[in-house]
Design a protein around this ligand. Structure first.
Ligand code: GTP
Length: 663
């Protein structure tokens, strides 16, 4: 079983993307404060670079044997970012104000949602047994959609802390992340968190760790990242258990680019793990991927904001800025070397693969150019989003964007709206289908409207295929029945189920991706009363009997509402789609006939009856301001409407139709 899980772990996506911003002036201020702090505490030598530029800290006194690079991995909400806060406080990187809350979650969307979306690095200086160490920590996201961030981060580490909530025990992402780290050959330090909670069961959770990962229960550290209990033992354990990085200062410079982001003042910032040699300002470096040469403008470490250093050398993890103007030049997984000192390429990463596609359209067609620019800017900092232009008869010009999952899609939408003030309409997520034609050709279908209709299917199509995932579900034993039922009603094939302790079950199951992008996770949570967890990895394509469902409004097909589904779902889903559309389409001044149809046959019919609605009817004459207020309110309500012919479709029409009937 270990081997199967290992090979599955090795297959997990390892891809790119970065989004983080900082204002240079703010950063410089923070940098100065932090630098003073670290100078006081660790007596690092600082030089002025003489050019009137930023002060540079000299970290060349830290050879590999006094460097440790580790990440924190865990299931969602098990306390990674809180543990990072405590470690940053302990090492004086941030002050102990008692107010630090997930300081490495820098994005607004991360703070609002309380989740980590971006892996973030922070370097710390720490003294242990009379020796000073440079320790680089990477806080990673817990949600399955962002597991590419985890796998990329692991390439810059020699070890990892596997954090487990002592009250919740091992969850699906704990298992997935353990095998990811184990597959990379990293040293894993298991730590039980939240031992302060009255519901914590540290002994039981330590036993789960022992039985699931073959790590002795009595070696597991117990901490409370919230109260700080046990935190003192964490860094000594990191230093003693995690090996220092390999490599030699005498070899030519070789670095792995593992993360990149764009700053409007500085340009492209690349986070690199230095595998051999050293690099400093003014050096000329070459990208092995593009063969382009660059001059290094600044090197430094994240502390947690950028802090310039005189050099970066073997074993260290830090940032490099150079004359790279576009993030598309920074290829994550690329090897960099110095001009005239060629080296062998590092293995790199498998590129990001979009699992979910969605159409994005401006509410107001005049906004197209501005939205185009916003999408370009946002994807500069999240290169895992794939972008293709798309034209819909119903919605006009827009884009088909590919995401790693539906949370990733939702986070992207929120950032587009909040950071770029965009007003967009997003169509229901769909998975990439494949159509094999009798002439031997195959097409990928990212837009349901492009799926062949009944006539083409009959005359030209050999078979249709859909993507599958290998899923892991973990939940208390009493939910075994509802969980197995959930999998089978979503066309899943149960592969096995095992007990991870006397009362918790782990189910392995193969599921069509299309069935989990809708409401699988919500149902899992509701049927297990919040105690179930779920993780998945790509599971390849299988032949499937797929059909296109069309939606007609007053007899006209609306391409943006089309959907692809398994033939067995046609009747139920067709009825459900018509019913939901009736619920969300507002009554207008005429009847609206809704029809869903597959294979040229109508599956369901609904009618939205006409209504004459005068919003100002109750303002008797006179009060112009009140009338204007009401009219403006109505206009506001129309913002998220898109006109199809005469029918106005709200955003909900696109997103709710594919959800399955509720529990
Ligand atoms: N009682 C208690 N709560 C904790 C502890 N550590 C973290 N929490 C709380 O658990 C919640 C999640 O903490 P985070 O640090 O955001 O968890 P995370 O693993 O980084 O979350 P993701 O990055 O979204 O996966 C927050 O409300 C924390 O305050 C702890 O030791 N004890």
């Amino acid at each position: 079983m270990l081997r199967t899980q290992l090979s599955a772990a090795a297959n997990r996506l390892r891809i790119s993307g970065r989004h983080s911003y900082f204002n240079t002036q703010q950063v410089f201020k923070v940098f100065q404060q932090q630098q003073q702090l670290s100078q006081r505490q660790y007596a690092t030598r600082t030089n002025n670079n003489g050019g009137g530029g930023r002060q540079e800290t000299d970290i060349s006194t830290y050879p590999p044997e006094r460097i440790r690079n580790f990440s924190i991995i865990a299931h969602i909400d098990h306390g990674k970012s809180t543990l990072a806060d405590r470690l940053l406080e302990l090492t004086g990187v941030i002050s102990k104000t008692g107010k630090n809350k997930q300081v490495l979650d820098k994005l607004k969307v991360e703070r609002e949602r309380g989740i980590t979306v971006k892996a973030q690095s922070a370097s710390m200086f720490y003294e242990h047994n009379g020796q000073k160490y440079l320790i680089n920590l990477i806080d990673t996201p817990g949600h399955v959609d962002f597991s590419y961030e985890v796998s990329r981060s692991l390439a810059a580490c020699q070890g990892t802390i596997l954090l487990v909530d002592a009250a919740q025990g091992i969850q699906a992402q704990t298992v997935a992340n353990f095998y990811l780290a184990f597959g990379e050959g990293l040293e894993v330090i298991p730590i039980l968190n939240k031992v302060d909670l009255p519901t914590a069961e540290p002994e039981r959770t330590a036993k789960q760790i022992e039985s699931a990962f073959e790590i002795e229960a009595n070696t597991v550290l117990h901490v409370s990242a919230k109260s700080g209990l046990g935190i003192d033992h964490v860094l000594p354990s990191v230093i003693e258990k995690i090996p220092p990085p390999n490599g030699s200062i005498d070899k030519p410079f070789k670095a792995l680019l593992f993360d990149t982001w764009y700053d409007k003042y500085v340009g492209v910032i690349s986070l690199m793990a230095i595998k051999d040699g050293s690099v400093k300002k003014g050096d000329r470096i070459v990208s092995m991927y593009s063969n382009t040469k660059y001059e290094v403008a600044e090197v430094g470490i994240m502390h947690p904001e950028p802090m310039a250093t005189t050099s970066l050398q073997v074993g260290q993890v830090g940032y490099i800025t150079c004359n790279m103007r576009s993030v598309s030049e920074a290829h994550v997984g690329d090897t960099f070397y110095k001009e005239k000192e060629p080296v062998e390429a590092l293995p790199g990463f498998v590129p990001a693969k979009s699992m979910v596609f969605s159409g994005v359209f401006p509410i107001d067609a005049d906004e197209f150019d501005r939205l185009d620019e916003s999408i370009q800017k946002l994807t500069l900092n999240d290169s895992s989003v794939s972008v293709h232009k798309e034209t819909s008869a119903a919605l006009g010009q827009g884009w088909r964007l590919g995401f790693l999952g539906t949370l990733h899609m939702d986070v992207f939408r929120q950032r587009l709206e909040e950071e770029y003030n965009a007003n967009v309409l997003i169509t229901a997520p769909t998975v990439p289908y494949q159509v094999k034609y009798r002439d031997g050709s195959t097409t990928f279908i990212r837009t349901p409207a492009d799926f062949p209709g009944a006539g083409t299917m009959q005359d030209f199509v050999e078979c249709t295929m859909e993507p599958y995932v290998s899923a892991t579900l973990i939940f208390p034993e009493q939910y075994l029945g509802p969980m197995l039922d959930l999998c089978t009603t979503h066309r899943g094939e149960i592969q096995n189920h095992t007990f991870i302790d006397e009362s918790r079950v782990m189910v392995k199951c193969r599921l069509p991706m299309a069935d989990i992008v809708t409401d699988f996770f919500d149902k899992l949570k509701s049927r297990s009363q919040g105690f179930g967890s779920f993780d998945y990895e790509e599971g390849g394509y299988d032949t499937s009997d797929l059909v296109k469902m069309e939606v007609l409004l007053n007899g006209e097909p609306v391409d943006a509402l089309a959907a692809v589904m398994h033939r067995s779902n046609v009747v139920n889903t067709g009825r459900e789609m018509a019913r939901r559309l009736k619920e969300v389409i507002r009554r207008q001044l005429f009847d609206i006939n809704i029809q869903t149809a597959a294979n040229g046959k109508v599956v369901a019919r609904e009618t939205v009856k006409q209504l004459r609605k005068n919003v100002t009817a109750r303002c008797y004459g006179g009060d112009v301001t009140r009338k204007m207020k009401l009219l403006n309110k109505q206009k506001e309500g129309k913002k998220r409407m898109k006109k199809f012919g005469k029918v106005e479709l709200p955003q909900e029409a696109f997103l709710t139709i594919m959800a399955k009937s509720s529990d």
